[in-house]
Write a protein that binds this ligand. Structure first.
Ligand SMILES: Cc1ncc(COP(=O)(O)O)c(C=O)c1O
Length: 392
């Protein structure tokens, strides 16, 4: 991995050469290959999919379905198991709105609002109980999982990697435990799919969800993976054009998955852009990306550790680094960093219940990706030093 060389593929860094972009957990930058794939689709192949009978329409449909195939292979799934959605949030809402199961719901305290609120609403509407897995040292602990998942559990929805702490949860084991109790498992891979290889056959989760924009793809495109048999049993989320086999005045026959879940004109260019992003990541090699991102995070930790006023919150080997600066509100720290052209996120990161539980008023989060260098870690530390001085 040569991050300096990788950076050359990202036009934004040419536009803004002084930018130190460490807000990848919010959204990643886009390589030229993705931008060009989207532009090329609109310039050469633009048409609606699954409808027209002329060559241009066939080419567009084929390109859209090829993208689905590439994404299926990326996570070792079958093409039919990949539903295109707008983002993780929509995937989680689709599941919570349409999935039928007996029993209660287990979530985690660390859950992002997008993987928490859809299930909370479902629980309220269907009189289901919710229990929460605790966070210990930035992760879900297996002891706690064994306590909370039992014969009353119908579904477990958790993050593969927390967007606050950046640590990988023991999801394979959690899936095993949930399945021993016949509970379904929904894995939110919004923070893992960009950084580590995902293999659905190994993870054995029933559903996984992720967003294209966090993995170098365009905004407005995301993925719901569901086991084929489960998707077949589910009712559609939205109804309309493009998801029906036949419609009479009295009867509707829906298409099979995945098209059953893709009502209306889809984000065709988005899917094509996401395919380009997946190809780009595969060319880099996701194992290498993971190692690199962890190394930069480690460098960030080492540098910040030397600053007396800093309290590190992410455990070792996390993919991103959350921290606090004594005497300073996280928003103020982020603003000082911003003045130094260092982009980070500050606040509760859409995980307010977690912050409440841990009695934190927010954190500052630095999240690196393939194009970040050790020098970015140093620039961050310099700017944090300035903020620490100002507030102490
Ligand atoms: C763990 C996690 N889940 C879900 C989401 C929601 O993603 P999106 O806004 O792309 O729907 C995010 C976004 O930050 C996230 O980090």
């Amino acid at each position: 991995m040569n991050p300096e060389k990788i950076k050359e593929d990202f036009p934004i860094f040419e536009e803004r050469p002084k930018l130190t972009y460490l807000d990848n957990a919010a959204t990643s930058q886009k390589p030229r290959q993705v931008i060009e794939a989207v532009a090329e689709f609109y310039s050469r192949n633009n048409s609606n999919t699954g409808r027209g009978l002329y060559k241009l329409a066939n080419d567009a449909s084929q390109a859209y379905e090829e993208s689905r195939k590439t994404i299926a292979e990326f996570i070792n799934a079958e093409k039919k198991e990949i539903v295109f959605v707008r983002n993780t949030t929509e995937a989680q809402n689709l599941l919570a709105s349409t999935l039928k199961f007996e029993g209660d719901i287990v979530l985690s305290e660390m859950a992002h609002h997008s993987e928490q609120l859809p299930w909370r609403r479902k629980a309220k509407n269907e009189n289901k109980e919710i229990d929460y897995l605790h966070t210990s040292n930035g992760k879900i602990s297996l002891e706690n999982v064994k306590e909370k998942i039992n014969e009353d559990t119908g579904l477990v929805a958790i993050s593969h990697i927390s967007n606050v702490f950046g640590a990988e949860n023991p999801v394979k084991k959690i899936v095993e435990i949930a399945h021993e109790h016949d509970a379904l498992v929904v894995l939110d891979c919004a923070q893992s799919a960009p950084h580590i290889p995902i293999n659905v056959k190994q993870l054995k989760a029933d559903f996984i969800t992720f967003s294209g924009h966090k993995m170098m793809g365009p905004t407005g495109i995301g993925v719901l993976y569901g086991r084929k048999a489960l998707l077949e049993d589910m009712k559609p989320y939205q109804v309309g054009g493009g998801m029906v086999g036949s419609v009479t005045k009295n009867n509707v026959k829906y298409s099979k998955p995945p098209h059953k879940f893709e009502a209306g004109t889809q984000n065709i260019a988005g899917a094509i852009g996401l395919e380009a992003a997946v190809n780009y990541l595969q060319d880099l090699g996701l194992e290498k990306v993971k190692t690199h991102d962890k190394q930069v995070s480690q460098k960030i930790r080492e540098n910040l550790n030397k600053i007396e006023e800093v309290e590190l919150l992410s455990p070792n080997s996390s993919i991103l680094v959350s921290f606090k600066v004594r005497g300073a509100h996280p928003h103020d720290v982020a603003e000082i960093l911003g003045q130094n052209q260092v982009a980070v996120r500050a606040g509760n990161h859409c995980a307010q219940p977690l912050h409440e539980e841990l009695d934190m008023n927010g954190t500052v989060r630095a999240s690196p990706y393939a194009y970040n260098t050790e020098s970015d870690a140093e620039k961050l530390a310099e700017a944090v030093k300035e903020a620490a001085k100002l507030f102490n």
